[in-house]
Structure formats: C-alpha cells, structure tokens
Design a protein around this ligand. Sequence first.
Ligand code: PHE
Length: 340
Amino acid sequence: MQDYSVIKEKAFEEIEKATSSAQLVDLRVKYLGKTGEISLLMKNMKDIAPEERASFGKVVNELKTEVESKIQEKDTLLKEIEFKNKIKAESLDITLPGKKQETGNLHPLNIVKNQIIDAFTGMGFEVFEGPEIELDYYCFEALNIPKDHPARDMQDTFYVKDDIVLRPHTSPGQIRTMENKKPPIKILSPGRVYRADDDASHSPMFHQIEGLVVDKNVSLCDLKGLLNKFFKTIFDETTEIRLRPSYFPFTEPSVEVDVTCSKCHGKGCSLCKGTGWIEILGAGIVNKKVLENCGIDSNEYSALAFGLGIERITMIKYGITDIRTLFANNVKFLKQFERR
Ligand code: PHE
C-alpha cells in the first residue's frame, strides 16, 4: 500500500512535468509497460496474504486506470499545444509585398526602325542587310567616291585594313543589291554604321536605313512623292517636306530633305532653331556611273536613293536632345518607351 501511493505520486508528478507527447510515450512504458513499475506490483501478489489479494488487485487496477487517464489527459493537452505551434511555424505572412516581375521592352531605336521598315514594306520595299565590315570598293569606289575624297579620311572612317573598313554608311547596300538583282528593284538596307565622331548629336556607332528604287523613268518626283508619304506616316499627316540642292558623289542631282518641325509645325521653335524646318536626310537620283559600275544600263534604267539616320528620326519623334542617352543603357530612360 505504501509502494502504491509513492508510485502514484511520482507518476503524477512526472506526467505533470512532461513537455512533449514523446515524453508521455516513455512514461507510459515506464509505469504501464510489461515491465513497468505498476505491472511489477502485480508480481508481488504471491507475497500478499490470500485474504488481502482481492483488495490489493483492485487497488493496483485502479492505480493503472488513474495513471492511464492522467497520461491521456496530459497527452490531449500537449497534442493541442504542439498542433498550434506547428500551424504557427508553417503559416505564411501574407502581408509581405510580392516580388515584381520586370518585363523588357524594345529599345526606342528598334521601335522606330520597325516603324520605318513597316512604312516602306507597305509601299512594296524588301529588306536587305549587308555586312558591317565592308570592302573599300563597296563603301567608296563603286559609289563614285574617288581615292582622295574627304569621306575616306582616317578622321571619319574606321579602317580595319587598307581596303577594309567599318562601313561609314549603308550605301554599299545599293551596290550589293544592284550586283545581284535585276531591275525593277525596291529595297531597304538597314544597319549599324561607324564614323569617328562623338558629341551630343554624333555617335561613333549609329544606324542608317538606305533606300533604293531602280526602274524605268524613276525621277525626283518619285523621290519626293515617296518621302512625302513616308514622313506623313512616321510623324503625322500634317508633315510637309522640302528638297534643297546638295552634293553626294553617288547621286546626281543630289538633295537634302527637310521636314516641317514636328514640335512647332513650322512656326519656329528651339528644335528647328526658329526655321520651322528640320534637316532629315540625304537623297538623290543615282549617278549613272554607279549604275554602270553595277552593270545596269543607265540609258534604260534610272534610280533614286536615300539614306536616313534612325537616331535622328528617333530624337525628333521623342524630343531627345543628346544622342548618347540612346546608348547609355539607363533602364529608367528606356522604360519610358514601354508599350502601355
Ligand atoms: N550615304 C549618305 C550618307 O551618309 C546618305 C545618302 C544615301 C545620300 C543615299 C544620297 C543617297 O550620309
């Protein structure tokens, strides 16, 4: 009987102190398992006087039940606490701001290049891209630019070798096309060009698009009509153009083309320096010598050509004042051109 109360007290105390359901499993083994302390009490039965055996058995059984229900009760409590802790540990903090997925967008030069190509392909032009590292012959010789012409100066052109250069314009595209195609020809030749020049309006690398039309009776009227339609598409319907006499070795006559200022619409502002007009490209009727250099009969065919700078059109369209911002890779600047 003494053992009984000592065991009960000890068991209850240990159950009370248990802090995990795993500890309770151990306590159940310790007291109620096959060789547990309470089970062992039963083994003492033989030492007990026969008349007391029945009541001893009853008391031990009661002890068993009491300890069992005490463990049960504590187990329920601990399992509840453990479950709550688990939920707490696994919960998501939904107040945390999400991570924004950044999306890319086309560079403004590519946006404008695509618009220019779209405008001309709509008028039946095909696109042909020539090499950026080009023979002197295609860049100068075949275009009627003689050996002593200032355009060949080391100050302007990047030489790779004596007869190989980084093309300073897309006009070699004219020659490469006419060498390989029979008229009628209507092509655009876009691409990177290089010149040793570097300030707010010049970059050592920039982009041009060359246009060439070869057919019977091609004239300056065709050139003006074509460019008139093009600039109304690329700027707006109110845009007008004018042709001024100019000089290029590969065109005769040669013209400089101006457009009405897209900012002030001809009234005069800082963009057009008060004139209402902006100089936009060089063009002309292809010099007969150039046609002959490509094996095209200049008595049967004539051609028009123009070369426009993509940076220039982009800067006018978006009011960009320094060409270098186009190449600085400043994401804040570039994001402005995102399609909304
Ligand atoms: N290739 C000339 C330039 O850079 C532009 C041009 C092209 C002029 C075609 C006339 C005809 O600057």
